[in-house]
Design a protein around this ligand. Structure first.
Ligand code: ZN
Length: 287
């Protein structure tokens, strides 16, 4: 995408995977979703967020590169290459993510911070890369920011049903001394502040950006897909605390709807950035 400007901050999207879900994936992600529930909202969801041909949700796995006046911050690091995963199209990938990052003008050595909104498999992969049989930090000069509550939840696990992402993509960062565990609201610098948005996972966070009177928020998986602006009660099957996830999403809507704030969705396909606007008695996403 063309970089998004929020005051003096630029945000670029580095896409690893994007397209319509398989029906099986949608059903496993949102068991409560069906065509009848979506029908009233199709007029604004299709074709960009719901594929008109298949009727499937269109989603994306991407990293955001945030450049503030002071720092280069990579937010979420996708699936990664060479990892053993139990989902076929995530397993043993050999994708061009690092080349795409360089094309966007970002050398891994120049990244100051990596923020993982949470430690699920699609948000930690490029934390590390395989070098001579070992997992080494992809961003050797960065501080990797994890919420302390999130690490507390995962630290005695090797991963989850999708693979051992803690062992291959998080623990090597801790062992290398590059992790910084943060708590509550945490300002990275004048322009970027980590804010707690728990529920999807216990220590889930989002990133608030503000510069020169402009404001933006990177959601993480507090919201997975734009349809949830209209249907915030529908939550993913992978939420650790579904009720808290719903409450956090509703509070986010209450705070940011009808405001001139750029919402950047961590799994939203293009256009990934937009605003939350009123639509009858619900909300919709206007990209
Ligand atoms: Zn995710």
């Amino acid at each position: 995408m063309t970089p998004i400007q929020i005051g003096n901050i630029t945000v670029s999207r580095i896409v690893e995977l994007e397209g319509p879900n398989s029906p099986r994936f949608t059903a496993s992600l949102f068991p409560d979703l069906n065509d009848d529930v979506l029908a009233p909202h199709l007029e604004w969801l299709a074709p960009r967020f719901i594929d008109s041909a298949s009727g499937q949700l269109v989603m994306s796995i991407h990293a955001f590169v945030v450049r503030t006046r002071h720092h280069t911050i990579v937010v979420d690091t996708c699936i990664g290459n060479d990892k053993n995963r139990n989902v076929s199209y995530w397993n043993q990938r050999h994708g061009p993510f690092l080349d795409d990052l360089k094309k966007a003008g970002v050398q891994p050595e120049a990244v100051d911070y990596v923020l993982c909104t949470h430690l699920h498999v699609d948000h930690v992969g490029w934390n590390t890369r395989l070098e001579e049989g070992r997992w080494v930090p992809t961003f050797p000069n960065a501080k990797y920011l994890f919420a302390r509550d999130e690490w507390n939840y995962w630290q005695h696990k090797s991963g989850d049903g999708s693979g051992d992402m803690i062992d291959d993509s998080v623990r090597p960062i801790i062992d290398a001394g590059l992790a910084e565990l943060v708590e509550g609201e945490h300002a990275i610098d004048d322009d970027a502040t980590i804010i707690p948005t728990p529920g999807h996972t216990p220590g889930h966070v989002s990133l608030r950006l503000s510069s020169n009177g402009s404001e933006g928020v990177i959601t993480g998986d507090m919201i997975h897909h734009p349809f949830q602006f209209a249907l915030p009660e529908i939550t993913s099957a992978f939420c650790v605390d579904p009720d808290l996830a719903r409450a956090t999403r509703q509070a986010f809507l209450d705070r940011y709807a009808e405001r001139d704030v750029t919402i950047l969705g961590t799994h939203f396909p293009a256009p990934t950035a937009g605003r939350i606007v009123g639509h009858g008695d619900a909300w919709r996403f206007e990209g």
